[in-house]
Design a binder for this molecule. Structure first.
Ligand code: AMP
Ligand code: ZN
Length: 462
């Protein structure tokens, strides 16, 4: 079997996954969402990418021999802001209750939306608020070791106390100061120093600590949860490449200064764009996973499109790709039918073992489909977590669309009978453009809908 190789951002090279920290048992931590709102399409990318890695690891080492942790960041000012908005709008409950309700509902949405795109649940999904004690202990130890200091109710990490700071992103501290939007605050000894703990006002969520009532900074959350659940040393740490600096750089600084070996391999997915542009609210191309599902884009299609691009390349979401993916998944359904997955084809495993080359694995699935290897195709789909879509049957077409189709086919018959060939041809071309397949038989016209069927284009023909 192929040796698993993964691109390690810290080494700027592909490295073998082995030797593992615990032989035979890979351990992985991935930074999860901040739970203040629905996951946007970009947030689904790391969830799907690391889910495929999780499936590959379970396949290679056995399902019981893999530990995958993905956290929920449920301490965040955006969660507090939503709770405050609700309170001001008259929702009953204390701030604490409203904050908890917002986090709970967002976590439930996240799990539901990720399940819809085929993401299996990690072994552990810690919430930051459940690990405050571990964070406080780590911060106290960092102060003791001379890597952190208290100032005006804050605790800051002293970046200059850690020589290797900036190694992950390959930048010096001075370069980072020049390029970064670091918050300058009077209580910081150095502008690059970052917050480990900060004071909370009476209405903000807070916990008692040696430095007064407050809450942790974002970076210490991951260092503390990873150490608690995976130990001081583990194999893989992942997330989007927007997290390399400062989040991962800071996680490394904190953990290394605790003398933890921490993660050996750092993996980062590139960003998702939409129709060639950065997804943003101001460009009007921002949407959530739920928006797409509600528009009728199947979760299987979202996943297939995501995996068609290698995770280290920018990924462009387009409706064209979604349409093609849907047609492929319906066609493959016809090939696989109810065939049980066979042995996983070597070429699929080889592609995935080569730094998670999902695009290569999908090319292999196309080959298996061409060869009519239903059992191999089923096995390949299985490890990628891609479900198939049944062919669209006339039975699924809503009645009003069915009536419209029959009215238009009637209109074409009438046009032909009246020798209005211009109208008859326009209807024929319109059917083709709408993805409606009409066949003339001795019994009259028969129709079925093709993979690109678009009833809106039929409306225009009436
Ligand atoms: P957040 O909730 O913003 O902390 O993000 C959760 C995860 O989604 C992190 O791993 C981010 O790196 C990732 N992420 C955010 N935006 C995008 C995007 N446009 N494309 C790919 N990944 C993203
Ligand atoms: Zn993190």
């Amino acid at each position: 079997m192929a040796e698993i190789q993964l691109y390690n951002t810290a080494a700027r090279a592909k490295v073998p996954l082995e030797p593992l920290v615990t032989p035979g048992h890979p351990k992985m931590y991935v930074c999860g969402p901040t739970v203040y709102d629905r996951a946007h399409l970009g947030n689904a990318r790391p969830a799907i990418v690391f889910d495929v890695l999780y499936r590959l690891l379970r396949h290679t080492y056995g399902a019981e021999n893999v530990t995958y942790v993905r956290n929920f960041t449920d301490v965040d000012d955006k969660i507090n802001a939503e709770a405050r908005r609700r309170m001001e709008a008259g929702t009953p409950g204390t701030m604490e209750e409203l904050i908890r309700a917002r986090s709970d509902e967002t976590i439930a949405w996240y799990l539901e939306d990720m399940a819809a795109v085929g993401v299996s649940e990690p072994d552990e999904m810690p919430r930051a608020t459940e690990y405050i004690g571990q964070m406080v202990a780590m911060i106290a130890a960092l102060i003791e070791r001379g890597h952190a200091y208290e100032a005006e109710g804050h605790v800051l990490f002293a970046v200059r106390s850690y020589d290797a700071y900036g190694k992950l992103s390959g930048r010096s501290v001075d370069d980072m100061i020049a390029g970064a939007r670091v918050e300058v605050a009077p209580y910081k000894a150095d502008p690059m120093d970052f917050v480990l703990w900060k004071p909370s006002s009476a209405e903000e969520p807070g916990w008692d600590s040696p430095w007064g009532r407050g809450r942790p900074g974002w970076h210490i959350e991951c260092s503390a949860m990873a150490a608690d659940l995976l130990g001081e040393s583990f194999d893989i740490h992942g997330g989007g490449n927007d997290l390399i600096f400062p989040h991962h750089e800071n996680e490394i600084a904190q953990s290394k200064c605790m003398n933890h070996a921490f993660a050996r391999i750092w993996m980062h997915n590139e960003m998702l764009q939409v129709e060639g542009k950065k997804m943003s609210k101001s460009l009007g191309n921002f949407f959530t996973v739920r928006d797409l599902l509600d528009q009728g884009v199947p979760g299987e299609v979202i996943r297939f499109v995501m995996l068609s691009t290698h995770y280290r390349k920018p990924m462009d979401w387009t409706t064209e790709k979604a349409r093609e993916a849907e047609a492929t998944l319906r066609k493959w359904h016809g090939i696989v039918g109810d065939t049980a997955p066979g042995n996983l084809p070597e070429a699929v495993i080889d592609a995935l073992s080569d730094d998670l080359n999902t695009a290569g694995a999908i090319a292999e699935l196309h080959r298996l489909a061409r060869d009519g290897d239903a059992a191999g195709l089923a096995a390949g789909l299985d490890i990628l977590g891609i479900g198939l879509l049944p062919p669209e049957s006339a039975g699924e077409i809503p009645n009003d669309v069915r009536t419209l189709i029959e009215t238009l086919i009637d209109a074409r018959r009438t046009a032909r009978a009246e020798k209005d060939f211009a109208r008859a041809d326009a209807l024929r071309d319109g059917f083709a453009a709408a993805g409606l397949i009409v066949k003339d038989t001795s019994e009259g016209a028969e129709w079925e809908i093709g993979p690109d069927f678009d009833p809106a284009r039929l409306e225009a023909l009436t």
